[in-house]
Design a protein around this ligand. Structure first.
Ligand SMILES: Nc1ncnc2c1ncn2[C@@H]1O[C@H](COP(=O)(O)OP(=O)(O)OP(=O)(O)O)[C@@H](O)[C@H]1O
Length: 684
């Protein structure tokens, strides 16, 4: 293609769709365009700095990286220019005409047409460059990639409708300048003060200098009114120091929150954060945030990373798994190491012992943040209940000594205050309810840690919360449960089911209810899998009430046991007949004491896969073993008693089995046969 020739290309379909939405849904939040474009400019400078580690020539004759924001009142334009890595023509076509993000289709399908919820979603998705079209009806970009010849510049222009134009240009400066031709409604931004205040609000933490041309007042001549005129001097308008590198006392709550919004694309403030300088064999600064809301791609395995690794302020990578285990994939933030080598490949870094140490340290830090939130919540609840437990060390234990960690300055989430003081401070304060909020959003993800992070599984177990037969809200910890255990109770009992109602009304629970024994109700899909990895809590075994024979240990009195054995004996002939009738479905049939109101239930062998998990695997198209559960019958139940003299023994036997299956949310293997049998009995 010869110089100056211009080509028109269509946007990828998703871009065209997104552009339409962006301009409409984000209109009430239009000033974010400046944040997005400055953030791109800063990323481009980070990329140059990284590439220049091995190729200093890329700096050409301009080693000072910076972003310049300017405006032209007469032409009604704003320009954001950087001297970063720049774009080649092909990169401009690829990056400014398509959306390369994974999960784009999924995201598009979630949009509802409701502006408010869509705005939230789009915000999370990160519209980046395209946000310019909220305020501009035309954008032109001029760029040259660092190191490329002057005649390999590119101009990209679009009105943000169906297509864009690209042309070859000559461009002396490396880097990119983005010029927004403002819509009439956005002309308020043609004002130094306005632009400065938006930059201060959103981009103060950007570590590069953001420069604007200074203005001064000039008196009018010949009776003309005076005006502000540009002086030709460029002045920094941001603090230009990486926020995480500043001392805690110099960073306000608002700045921390704004930085979070910037790196996460979240509209909502985070629940909490922790900012520390870690000293020891590996030295680094960590600024880690817990979001208040789950992103829509929380379940997307190859989602974009939340934690970025810098080495001495140079952005290196955001490989999620290398920095944070997958069960903490909701964490956002920055880690800046002062002693990792800068000039090694990303692949090598992922293998590095230092990176592993950083990952371990950061995992521990996140767990302490969560423990902290949980403690604050507990003391708030206790105080609300009038149990002021100041400084007992119970509600707010002293912070664990973390070797080699120095607090950068004062406290935020890091409990550097003595326990007693902390308990008073937390009582019912703004932290009340935060852990519950966290748990509702991310509890199911956290549970994956039981299987994924054995080293921390005891800490993770303490952070888990469940509903129980005495509490519908997901608020019961294993420790709460243990504190309420009955004298002589030897296990923590739980049941897994698809729904809370299913769990609560499960026949397996009947004897526990009768005896007033609490049972934890687990309804997350991940529970069954995660619980496989947790055999006990603090020395007390965990026991599924749907597995193995019911064993209430010392809670079952001798008389009951004797009576049950006697019933089993007299009932033996019926049991044998039942076994024979159900030999294809049940691995065994036995009399149980676990039922009170129901005639029968299904259990699996101890250590076996539950019927619920097998069902889930099947639904997910995974191979699942054909399970033959044990049918347990309640010999006191009238329906079971009728078996002895039943004319339709076989039908009744199958009905008992299928009903037990239905009661736990399963489906008879042959529903039509089930109905036929019920009908035979109804008319008979
Ligand atoms: N000033 C710039 N200099 C160089 N490349 C840029 C610049 N602005 C954008 N780009 C390129 O265009 C791509 C798309 O930008 P866009 O803002 O849409 O998304 P992003 O920055 O990748 O993602 P996000 O905004 O979610 O962080 C960028 O990844 C980058 O490659």
């Amino acid at each position: 293609m010869s110089n100056n020739s211009s080509t028109t290309l269509p946007f990828q379909a998703e871009v065209a769709q997104l552009l339409h939405l962006v301009t409409h849904a984000l209109y009430s939040n239009k000033e974010i365009f400046l944040r997005e474009l400055i953030s791109n400019a800063s990323d481009a400078c980070d990329k140059l700095r990284f590439e220049a580690i091995n190729n200093a020539a890329l700096y050409e004759d301009a080693p000072n990286l910076e972003v310049r924001v300017s405006f032209d009142k007469a032409a009604k334009t704003i320009t954001i220019a950087d001297n970063g890595i720049g774009l080649s023509k092909q990169e401009a076509i690829d990056n400014l005409g398509t959306i390369a993000k994974s999960g784009t289709k999924d995201f598009m399908s979630k949009l509802s047409g409701d502006q408010k919820t869509d705005a939230q979603l789009i915000g999370q998705f990160g519209v980046g460059f395209y946000s310019g079209f909220i305020v501009a009806d035309r954008i032109s970009v001029e760029s040259r990639r660092a190191g490329a010849p002057v005649n390999e510049g590119v101009r990209w222009a679009s009105t943000g409708t169906g297509d864009f134009e690209v042309a070859d240009i000559e461009r002396a400066q490396r880097g990119t300048s983005v010029t927004l031709h403002l819509r009439e409604e956005a002309e308020e931004y043609l004002n130094l003060w306005k632009l400065k205040s938006v930059i201060a609000k959103y981009s103060d933490h950007i570590s590069l200098p953001i420069l604007m041309e200074a203005e001064e007042w000039k008196e009018g001549e010949n009776d003309q009114p005076g005006d502000m005129v540009k002086t030709g001097e460029w002045e920094p308008v941001n603090k230009a120091s990486a926020l995480w590198a500043r001392a805690k006392k110099d960073v306000t709550k608002e700045e921390y929150e704004e930085f979070y919004k910037n790196i996460s694309h979240d509209f909502e403030a985070p629940l909490t954060w922790s900012h520390n300088r870690v000293e020891g064999s590996t030295e680094y600064t960590q600024l880690l945030y817990i979001p208040a809301k789950a992103p829509m791609d929380l379940w997307n395995r190859d989602k974009t990373a939340g934690v970025k690794l810098y080495v001495k302020r140079v952005f290196i990578m955001d490989d999620a798994e290398a920095l944070m285990p997958s069960y903490l994939r909701f964490v956002k933030g920055v880690i800046d190491s002062s002693d990792l080598p800068l000039n090694v490949s990303r692949e090598l870094l992922q293998e590095s012992r230092d990176v592993k140490a950083i990952r371990e340290g950061s995992t521990k830090r996140v767990l302490s943040m969560l423990e902290d939130l949980a403690k604050k919540e507990k003391s708030a609840v206790e105080n609300a209940a009038g149990k002021i437990d100041v400084g007992s060390g119970e509600s707010v234990p002293a912070p664990e000594p973390t070797e080699g960690v120095t607090d950068v300055v004062d406290k935020k989430t890091d409990a550097t205050v003595p326990a007693a003081e902390a308990a008073v401070e937390f009582a019912g304060g703004e932290d009340a309810g935060k852990y519950a909020k966290f748990y509702a959003e991310f509890g199911a993800v956290l549970k994956e840690g039981l299987g994924e992070d054995m080293a921390n599984s005891a800490r993770i177990a303490k952070l888990l919360r469940f509903a129980s037969s005495t509490s519908d809200t997901v608020s019961v910890s294993f420790a709460d449960y243990k504190a309420r255990m009955k004298d002589g109770q030897e296990a923590i009992y739980y049941i897994t089911a698809d729904t809370l109602a299913g769990a609560k009304n499960s026949p397996q629970l009947e004897v526990f209810k009768k005896k007033g024994i609490e049972v934890l109700l687990m309804t997350d899909r991940v529970d069954e899998w995660a619980l496989n990895y947790l055999h006990d809590f603090d020395g007390t075994p965990l026991q599924s009430v749907a597995k193995g024979a019911v064993d209430l240990g010392k809670l079952q009195d001798e008389d009951e046991k004797k009576a049950a054995e006697a019933t089993a004996e007299t009932f033996k002939p019926v049991l044998d007949k039942l076994k024979e009738a159900l030999k294809d479905k049940a691995s065994d049939v036995r009399v149980t004491t676990r039922l009170v109101d129901s005639p029968a239930c299904l259990v699996v062998q101890d250590g076996g896969m539950s019927t619920q998990l097998a069902r889930m695997l099947k639904q997910a198209g995974q191979p699942a073993p054909e399970l033959k559960p044990v049918l347990e019958v309640n010999a006191e139940h009238p329906l079971v008693k009728r078996l002895e003299s039943a004319a339709h023994f076989d039908d009744l036997a199958h009905i008992l089995f299928d009903q037990a299956l239905l009661a736990e949310g399963g489906m008879p293997a042959d529903p039509a046969a089930y109905l036929r049998r019920v009908n035979v009995l109804l008319v008979g």
